[in-house]
Design a protein around this ligand. Structure first.
Ligand code: SF4
Ligand code: SF4
Length: 326
């Protein structure tokens, strides 16, 4: 698949990253950029550098092969910066923390936290705004924990099938997380108790990465354990971006071995669309010799749809890199 759009996609990704950072710094009650925190007034320089970075990332991801190599690297970079800042904050360098008020970095708490607290919707709003822009791509480009599962799964080159009960289990886990948050609230559990429950859930998730994801090569944590994964998959259907399989597909199943989200079973391929767990990661595109896997967006060619998706997701990634911290 040839890259589309000439020179404009890197420029568009850079402008989007800059605009998102400018918007966040204008709306936030405290300096959001590290440069502004250490040297007030220099945040624009950091925003400019991040915008240039977004342009280079977009360029690197223009071809499906380039995206397949670049996506895990930039995702890992984000999580290293995110948790590196948390570590520095815990060591006493408070300017690396968002506000000084610590939160558990467990994605399940995006769902469970507001139910338990009856408020605190910032992360829900942030998550939903990414759904509006890029559908379920939170789970392949933006989540601070998803990159851990991606790294763990890459211990095995080719993903193996997960158990058949996986879809039912992830629905049961989502329901259980909502019920547990409600029970903690109704039962009057203290914030410390709720934090221990949340931390325990997160630690089990890490255990799943280190065992099931490493052993199978599939993202067992993100496609089974994490309730935000299922929420992103379901709510992501409200967004018009889709992945589709062309009628020229030979059903060779080479793409099945490229998908770590278990979204390309033989049934999915026969239906000519990926399963619910697809996160629009794009890894499968480079695997198909017949070029039968495409992004879709109403009114756009497959190539333009992919370019638009990448501009949006790269702009978001770069803004997250500059702004996201605990
Ligand atoms: S690799 Fe291409 S041709 Fe083979 S099953 Fe997947 S989409 Fe079809
Ligand atoms: S079907 Fe393709 S785009 Fe969707 S999760 Fe699997 S590899 Fe990624």
């Amino acid at each position: 698949m040839a890259p589309a759009g000439g020179a404009w996609p890197p420029i568009a990704a850079a402008l989007l990253a800059f605009a998102l950072i400018a918007l966040a710094t204008r709306l936030a009650p405290r300096p959001m950029l590290i440069a502004d925190r250490f040297w007030p007034g220099t945040g624009w320089l950091e925003a400019g550098l991040i915008a240039v970075y977004a342009g280079f990332v977009m360029r690197a991801m223009r071809t499906p092969e380039g995206a397949r190599k670049t996506r895990p690297r930039i995702w890992r970079l984000f999580t290293v910066v995110f948790f590196g800042q948390l570590l520095l904050g815990l060591l006493g360098f408070e300017r690396f923390l968002m506000s000084g008020q610590l939160h558990l970095p467990v994605p399940a708490l995006i769902v469970a936290g507001p139910i338990y607290r009856g408020g605190g919707y910032f992360m829900v709003a942030l998550f939903l705004s990414t759904i509006v822009l890029v559908g379920p791509a939170w789970c392949s480009h933006l989540c601070y924990i998803g990159a851990w599962d991606d790294t763990a799964s890459r211990a095995r080159k080719t993903p193996q099938p997960l158990p058949k009960w996986r879809p039912k289990a992830r629905l049961a886990i989502l329901i259980a997380v909502v019920a547990a948050a409600l029970a903690l609230r109704v039962g009057g559990a203290s914030p410390a108790t709720a934090a221990w429950v949340g931390a325990g859930f997160g630690l089990i998730g890490v255990g799943i990465m280190l065992t099931a994801s490493r052993r199978t090569g599939a993202m067992a944590h993100c496609t089974t354990w994490c309730p935000v994964g299922l929420a992103a998959n379901i709510l992501g259907k409200l967004n018009p971006f889709r992945l589709r399989i062309g009628e020229g597909c030979t059903e060779c199943r080479v793409c099945t071995r490229a998908c770590r989200y278990e979204a390309l079973t033989l049934d999915d391929i026969r239906r000519r669309m990926p399963g619910l767990s697809c996160t629009l990661c794009g890894d499968c595109l480079a695997s198909c010799r017949h070029r039968q896997l495409h992004y879709r967006f109403p009114g756009l060619s497959p190539d333009a749809a992919r370019t638009l998706f990448l501009v949006l997701v790269v702009g978001l990634h770069a803004a997250f890199l500059a702004l996201a911290r605990i």
